[in-house]
Structure formats: C-alpha cells, structure tokens
Design a protein around this ligand. Structure first.
Ligand code: ZN
Length: 147
C-alpha cells in the first residue's frame, strides 16, 4: 500500500474515528482530550484515547492505547501499520509525545501521522519526528557482533 499523502481520501474516515475516540477520553485531571485512530494493513481502524489516572504517571496516551488495542485485537506486527490520525481541540496542533513516538517506531519507521484540531491539519512522518529510533534492528546488530 502506498504511503498516505495529505490528499489521501482515507484520512477522512480515520480522522472521524479519532474524533469518536476523542469523545471517550478519560481525562478528568487535565481535561485535555486526545483521540487517535490507526489504520492497519488489514484495513481495520483501531481507536485510542488518553486514559488518565489519579497517580498521574500511570496515564496512558491515546496513541499508545490505540497501539495496544491493535496488538490485542489484530495481532499487529511490525510493518502492518499504515497510518495514524491524532486529534485534539487544542489551538496548537498536538504531536505525539516522545514515548509514543518510540512505541510507534516499534511497528513502523515511516508511519504517516496526521495531526489535527477543529480548524487545521498537518501531516508528519514518524522518521522525521523520531530520527534514528532505537528498534529491533539495533538488537539484531548486537547479536550478530557477538556471534
Ligand atoms: Zn504519548
């Protein structure tokens, strides 16, 4: 499947799914709702939202809840992520945090990521947001050096 560009029509359904997830966000502390939707190689859409906790560090981001759901529901493997949409109502577009960038890099080097709010959208690519990510290939390299 070709990499999604900003004009790829499938973004509409993915952004719509991200807004549906946004409505489900559990964010009683920050009141900062985030919705995410992943498109998988098998054409499934998997949604995620942020889930906060009274012990703040336990909070999970929308991107990682979507990713974990994709693994649990579809047995997601590296190379099977096609696209990600992230939405918030924040005026400033909300990119994935560092932890989510790393988690996503496990499954795709160059994932197209559309970030949007009610007025604006911008397309990024994961390898630009997290250059030189540490991934399984780094572990393989160490194994081959020692054997
Ligand atoms: Zn995050």
């Amino acid at each position: 499947m070709a990499t999604w560009r900003i004009e790829t029509p499938e973004w509409e359904m993915l952004v719509e799914a991200a807004w549906r997830a946004w409505e489900c966000a559990y964010a009683p502390y920050s009141r900062f709702h985030v919705g995410a939707a992943l498109y998988l190689e098998n054409k499934a859409i998997v949604m995620g939202c942020n889930v906060e906790n009274a012990t703040y560090p336990m909070t999970l981001c929308a991107e990682r809840t979507a990713l974990c759901s994709a693994v649990a529901q579809h047995g997601l493997k590296p190379g099977q992520l096609v696209a990600l949409a992230i939405v918030t109502e924040a005026e400033l577009l909300t990119p994935p945090c560092g932890a989510c960038r790393q988690a996503l890099a496990e499954f795709s080097d160059d994932l197209p990521i559309l970030i949007g709010n009610r007025n604006e959208r911008k397309l990024f690519q994961l390898d630009k947001l997290l250059p030189e990510a540490f991934t399984a290939r780094n572990l393989r390299q160490n194994h081959s050096e020692s054997s």
